[in-house]
Ligand binder design. Structure first.
Ligand SMILES: Cc1ncc(COP(=O)(O)O)c(C=O)c1O
Length: 367
């Protein structure tokens, strides 16, 4: 079976290094807010190109903490609106509503799957305080038009960089393009920990300080609580693993691009829509999304022939029960993506031979 993402295969790329560093942390007796964390925050902020990085417990918390920081700063208030792509993973939207803010869903561009920059301005109202772009599937969502809209309407530009570690926009790494960015290191991500982990990057000292404080029960000084915070810290063991993973990220992303290039060059089935790549630097192929009208049939056929695929995502956020108030809304492009998308196997450990098997099966598919 060729798995969609084989985490054993990925870990085996450098199992010894992970075992060594994990053993070091275990025997150190220091498991939170220590040397590994400090090193990771320094390394990752340098890599992203921001002044600050704060390690947190997961990507959802990173998103929530950024917005919570802006609420504490008085930049945002309950009921204010945040623009967000309608086809994102639910976490982006949960973080907004969790803070008492209102998510305003905007359709993606069908060619890129990213928020459609042409549809954003019409969604801006007097209550809009920010735009949360999501570099979905590992592709850059930022375009100059979005930056200009933020300037024109005095909006915060936030990036959900959960799926795009190492992605670049005109040479600049995503996570440094806006006012603050959230990163997830969930195990399946391009840079995945061995459990939940996340980070916030920003050049804004106030945001960085507040995120750190809020993630530590709202406390800067032991047993003194200035805010109603959470417990959302990055474990030393994850920070240590992430320090190793960061060293290899470019190589890992290069293999993803190699597989993606092979898929794009060799899949010739007439009824498959392949991703459009304008700039190979602006894509790190967290996911390799294809579209086809008979998606479920293709998925079953590949599964029967030993290839595991995944759907990102089967139900759009506005059709989920947890957002019942939106269930009557219609976002045709988002819905079409959710009906037709299929993610082919993709990983830093995947070989061209495995990709060849996938391609041959797809090209021989009789709908
Ligand atoms: C786009 C996006 N945002 C946020 C998250 C949340 O990250 P986490 O699972 O680390 O909470 C994820 C992934 O899980 C994601 O894909």
């Amino acid at each position: 079976m060729i798995k969609n993402l084989d985490l054993v295969q990925v870990t085996n790329l450098r199992l010894g290094e992970y075992q060594d560093i994990a053993a070091k942390v275990i025997s150190s007796g220091w498991y939170l807010q220590g040397k590994e964390n400090a090193a990771f925050e320094e390394n990752y902020s340098r890599f992203i190109g921001t002044q600050y990085c704060v390690g947190v417990a997961n990507g959802l918390d990173a998103l929530r903490l950024i917005l919570h920081a802006y609420m504490e700063m008085g930049v945002m208030q309950k009921g204010d609106e945040i623009i967000v792509p309608a086809n994102t993973y639910i976490a982006t939207i949960l973080a907004i509503s969790d803070n008492g803010l209102t998510p305003i869903l905007v359709e993606p561009d069908l060619a890129t799957y990213q928020i459609d920059p042409e549809k954003i301005e019409a969604a801006i109202t007097a209550r809009t305080k920010g735009i949360m772009i999501v570099h979905l599937y590992g592709q850059c969502a930022y375009v100059e038009k979005i930056g200009n809209l933020c300037k024109k309407y005095h909006l915060k530009l936030m990036e959900d960089n959960a799926q795009a570690h190492g992605c670049k926009y005109r040479g600049q790494v995503t996570g440094s393009l806006g006012d603050a960015a959230a990163h997830s290191f969930y195990p399946t991500k391009n840079m995945g920990a061995f459990g939940d982990a996340g980070a916030v990057t920003t050049d804004d000292e106030d945001v960085a300080k507040l995120v750190r404080t809020l993630a530590n029960y709202g406390s800067e000084k032991k047993y003194v609580f200035d805010y109603r915070g959470y417990n959302s810290r990055l474990d030393e063991i994850h920070a240590a693993i992430l320090n190793v993973k960061l060293e290899h990220l470019s190589k890992d992303n290069a293999n993803r691009r190699k597989i993606a290039r092979y898929y794009i060059e060799c899949i010739t089935h007439p009824n498959i829509v392949l991703p459009i790549v304008q700039d190979w630097d602006a894509h790190v192929f967290h996911i390799f999304p294809i579209r086809t009208k008979k998606r479920d049939g293709l998925q079953a056929y590949l599964q029967e022939n030993g290839v595991q695929t995944v759907i990102h995502y089967p139900i759009p956020p506005h059709k989920q029960k947890c957002y019942k108030e939106w269930n009557h809304l219609s976002f045709p492009i988002t819905e079409l993506i959710h009906e037709q998308e299929l993610s082919l196997p993709m990983s830093p450990a995947m070989s061209i031979d495995e990709a060849k098997t996938v391609v041959t099966l797809i090209n021989n598919w009789k709908e």
